[in-house]
Design a protein around this ligand. Sequence first.
Ligand code: NAD
Length: 339
Amino acid sequence: MYNLTDKIRVGVIGTGKLGAIHVKLAKDTPGAVLTGLYDVNSERSAQIASEHNVRAFESLKDLFDDVDACSIVTPTSTHYEVATQALGRGIHCFIEKPIATRVEEAVEIGRIAEEQKCVLQVGHVERFNPAFLALGTSQPDPLFIEAHRLAQFSPRASDVAVVLDLMIHDIDLVLALNRGEEPTEIRASGVSVVSDEIDIANARLEFANGCTANLTASRISRSSMRKMRLFARDSYIALDFAAPSIEIISISDDDPSTSHDGSMMLGEIEQGPKVRSIRYGKPVTKSVNAIAEELKGFVEAIKRGTPPPVTAAEGTSALRVAEMILGEIAASKPTIDLV
Ligand code: NAD
């Protein structure tokens, strides 16, 4: 148990592209102190340690001896090995998304975390994106969701399929929007174009509550895009995670002459005996760094002994759906062989 004034000693494991950002942000995370970092590539760890004036540990064991918590920012295929070692030592873990490459690994990670009474948070960072945060506590109950997540090719994450690398973000958001329910039906297709793994994929998820989500993810696009559109009864919400921005068009019974929330009248629609107003709103998004926010949530959960903002169960659930999508793709997949 920690006092609220205690500083949680944090270490960063893996200091590649994203790990270097974790190092920078961990230094400013309220309630935490960055003890040091470790990377199997000693040149890289020395370089990042010197840039940020922190200690580069020579081994994982040395880092574990000196921390209460760690961020695991290594390639996904190593999450299981690193996380089980950390949790075995009773160290709280923030694991970058996806939690692991296979559901069995994720379940085991969650089991050890529970046994060791460690906080385990998964880095589904889009939950902290200002556009998603702007939805607030209002549950839009979408009936149809369309998501596009497109990126240019980078060999960095090609150890896993695009479903585990990019689509997993939207899978997690769709599950959160459906209050954690998993889909009852999945259709998917995808192909390997550049790497040996699936590089472009589309999945259609159907939920028992009537919601359908159509997700497209590509890491072989010429330009990038991170957009989601939600269609609910009487509303349409467009989220742009890159901007970040949110636009809402809604139909309501409000008096067309009043504007209560800064939204703008677009017109009127006759529905039976009623004339209803159509409004357009663009809520202001908070100016926050999503990774800084998720790290803050992680440290707060450790100090307060509360569940983290994204739990092991949620990370496992997203991975389970991703696995089902990959299963569907494998069952239907033609492969483009460029050789
Ligand atoms: P990267 O290849 O740039 O860096 C990985 C680093 O880990 C390298 O420096 C490598 O030397 C080191 N490493 C490898 N095995 C290790 C081990 N066993 N112990 C210590 N260090 C080890 O990769 P990246 O792009 O920074 O991605 C890392 C993780 O972050 C991946 O799981 C990826 O899915 C995730 N990620 C998440 C987001 C997001 O939006 N949340 C974005 C990018 C990456």
